[in-house]
Design a protein around this ligand. Structure first.
Ligand code: PLP
Length: 343
């Protein structure tokens, strides 16, 4: 689906990111530029390698993916990798990031894609799928994702040498595995570099093969639900005035619509809105508390990042229900409940 020669199943995306960063050459003491508006795993995976995450801001209230210009500002001699998170299932501006790195004389910096939200998403202004745009793409098949194996993930890459490194790292660094030896290809093995056990098991892989057949159809259903949401917000006029839906316009490319995120009107009391929605039977969540604000990061050098646009967007963020089986009546129920909550 991603149209790359190598796809390696792993046990989850978090460990997959660790492998991806390591294959990109990240070692202790390096810096990895990551957005703060993402799940904490994006940064944690760098810290687990002894690297320092350097947080970059979102582009705008409408484009909640990482800002190429802010990445360019944050490049140093120690920068080894940049992570593009395709937030909510919309491709980050990968071409813009590459151009910004080139302009800074940092063409050698590896670009890793965090594709946890983006199975089936396409690049901005192109047909290429997320997962084929950088050195390595890391997908999640966790149970709340667009396609799932319960826990699980996949790494994609175009590069043969990178794939060989990822394969080694996935299985303790062993040069041959039990199956190779059973087939008579080898009698023993060497350990070429220190790796881990990041393998997916066959039962999950079997589930994943069925899920893979369904994911693009499910994404199309999600896109239809998002259209109903957008129409419903417009139709409600003043009752939802000030409520913004990010990623407006066609230039973001085809999204997987993993999350339906809105920005509440400025000055709204989000907790009261969430409480009112819960009472109406509507589940909401917040994607995400920015990583640099968490206790584990706030007191480190990474936590000193100034990210005014991330902070401003975070104040207003709310994720509304979205799934492939939602009906138009359910979308109306959600939006009527939001209007009541805001009133
Ligand atoms: C953006 C992002 N990156 C990484 C992960 C980690 O994925 P996993 O749960 O498969 O480890 C998630 C989700 O959980 C995510 O949303």
């Amino acid at each position: 689906m991603v149209d790359v020669p190598h796809a390696l199943a792993v046990n989850n995306c978090t460990v997959g990111l660790e492998l991806a960063y390591a294959a990109a050459g990240v070692v202790a003491g390096d810096e990895v530029i990551v957005p703060a508006l993402t799940f904490v795993a994006t940064a944690n995976a760098a810290v687990r390698l002894g690297a320092t995450p350097v947080f970059a801001d979102v582009t705008s209230d409408d484009d909640l993916c990482v800002d190429p210009a802010d990445i360019a500002r944050k490049v140093t001699d120690r920068t080894r990798a940049v992570v593009a998170v395709h937030y909510a299932g919309f491709a980050a501006d990968v071409a813009g990031i590459r151009a910004a790195l080139d302009a800074r004389g940092a063409a050698h910096v590896a670009l890793v894609e965090d594709c946890a939200h983006a199975p089936g998403s396409r690049a901005r202004g192109g047909d290429a799928r997320c997962g084929s745009l950088g050195a390595v793409g890391a997908f999640s098949f966790f149970s709340n994702k667009n396609m799932t194996t319960g826990e699980g993930g996949m790494l994609t890459t175009r590069d043969d040498a990178t794939a060989a490194t990822l394969r080694l790292l996935r299985s303790h660094g062993m040069t041959t595995l039990t199956w190779d030896r059973h087939r008579g290809h080898a009698f023993t093995y060497d350990v070429a570099r220190v790796g881990t056990n990041a393998r997916m098991d066959e039962i999950r892989a079997a589930i994943g093969r069925i899920q893979l057949r369904k994911v693009l159809g499910a994404n199309a259903r999600r896109a239809e639900v998002v259209r109903w949401y957008r129409e419903g917000v417009r139709a409600r006029g003043a009752a939802l005035a000030g409520l913004a839906i990010p990623f407006s316009g066609d230039h973001y490319g085809e999204g997987s619509h993993h999350l339906f995120v809105v920005l509440l009107p400025r000055g709204s009391d989000r907790e009261r809105v969430m409480t009112s929605l819960r009472e109406a039977g509507v589940q909401t969540s917040i994607h995400y508390p920015p990583t640099h604000r968490f206790t584990a990061y706030a007191s480190t050098p990474s936590g000193a990042a100034e990210l005014p646009r991330t902070d401003a967007a975070f104040e207003r963020l709310l994720t509304l229900p979205l799934g492939p089986s939602m009906t138009r009546a359910q979308v109306d129920l959600v939006l009527d409940s939001v209007a009541l909550a805001l009133r």
